[in-house]
Design a protein around this ligand. Structure first.
Ligand SMILES: NC(=O)c1ccc[n+]([C@@H]2O[C@H](COP(=O)([O-])OP(=O)(O)OC[C@H]3O[C@@H](n4cnc5c(N)ncnc54)[C@H](OP(=O)(O)O)[C@@H]3O)[C@@H](O)[C@H]2O)c1
Length: 263
């Protein structure tokens, strides 16, 4: 029987590529985003179903899960992929926009997971993937809210994974670096040019493959980046001043350029 895979943020970018990959394996995809046209077009192409919804609206989440389960019977895999970034000088951040980003990136993912979980536990089968970011592992200068939401997803994934060990339900966090091809980093490239090579990067396919591997092999987390990230991360954790220094050297200049351009 085809699995039902619910993917948020599937109208473009990484989410659309993840949907293609699951659909190509014969899974039934339930696609969530706000923008009807592209979402319907992708759903039609992949033989899936579009469920337009605004994840910034807390009241939209339970009806969304009801709509998916009502139409497709169940959710076997949930990919919490939708996300927004708002890189800028923190002193200028609008508190309402900060709360909205937290709702979309973090709260909606936690609530959707809570809503699909009981049925997964009853079936003793299911998987939830959280689309985090290397930002959530290292922090992003000029992106504190974004980094905080991604850190939150990584921590939540590990919490849930350990809490539900042995239940048949798995949890994973995927942490990409800058993704080329489509998605939010392509907007940065248009605004201020390519990110420094030293930060590395990745592709839509590599991220989609990582999501599939998380589900197939029940991986705790995957970092998807062309440059090794775990050793630098471990060093930064052991020596936080070194971590802050290397972030300043490698990332701060590019991110400040973005924040300045948006000021
Ligand atoms: N691109 C990168 O370099 C990169 C790196 C690391 C992690 N990530 C993460 O990967 C995920 C996908 O990023 P992307 O690059 O593909 O971004 P993107 O091209 O901006 O796509 C974001 C997706 O989220 C949906 N979305 C945004 N706000 C929404 C809302 N209020 N309700 C429902 N859906 C909403 C968008 O659809 P609508 O606008 O139609 O609603 C779109 O489908 C994000 O979580 C991002 O943080 C991206």
């Amino acid at each position: 029987m085809a699995r039902v895979v619910m993917i948020t943020g599937a109208s473009r970018g990484i989410g659309a590529r993840i949907a293609e990959r699951f659909a190509s394996r014969g899974d039934r995809v339930a696609l969530v985003a706000r923008t009807h046209g592209p979402l319907e077009a992708i759903a039609d192409r992949l033989g899936g179903v579009a469920f337009p919804a605004d994840l910034a609206d807390p009241d939209a989440l339970a009806p969304l899960v009801d709509a998916v389960t009502g139409r497709l019977g169940r959710v076997d895999v949930l990919v919490n992929n939708a996300g927004v970034e708002d890189f800028q000088h923190y002193r200028s951040a609008d508190p309402a926009a900060m709360a909205r980003a937290i709702q979309i990136n973090l709260t909606s993912a936690l609530v959707l997971t809570r809503l699909v979980l009981p049925a997964m536990l009853d079936r003793r089968s299911g998987h939830v993937v959280f689309m985090a970011s290397t930002a959530g592992l290292a922090g992003t200068p000029y992106g504190a809210v974004y980094a905080a939401t991604k850190s939150g997803l990584i921590a939540a994934s590990m919490s849930l994974r350990v809490e539900h060990h042995g239940t048949g339900v798995g949890f994973s966090a995927v942490c990409p670096g800058f993704v080329a091809g489509d998605g939010m980093h392509e907007v940065h490239v248009r605004e201020v040019g390519e990110a420094p090579w030293v930060l590395g990067g990745t592709t839509l396919d590599a991220v989609a493959n990582a999501v599939l591997r998380c589900v197939d092999d029940d991986l705790p987390d995957v970092i998807v980046n062309s440059r090794p990230f775990r050793p630098a991360l471990a060093l930064g954790r052991l020596f936080p001043r070194v971590g802050a220094w290397s972030l300043r050297q490698m990332a701060a200049g590019y991110m400040k350029k973005l924040a300045d351009a948006r000021a």
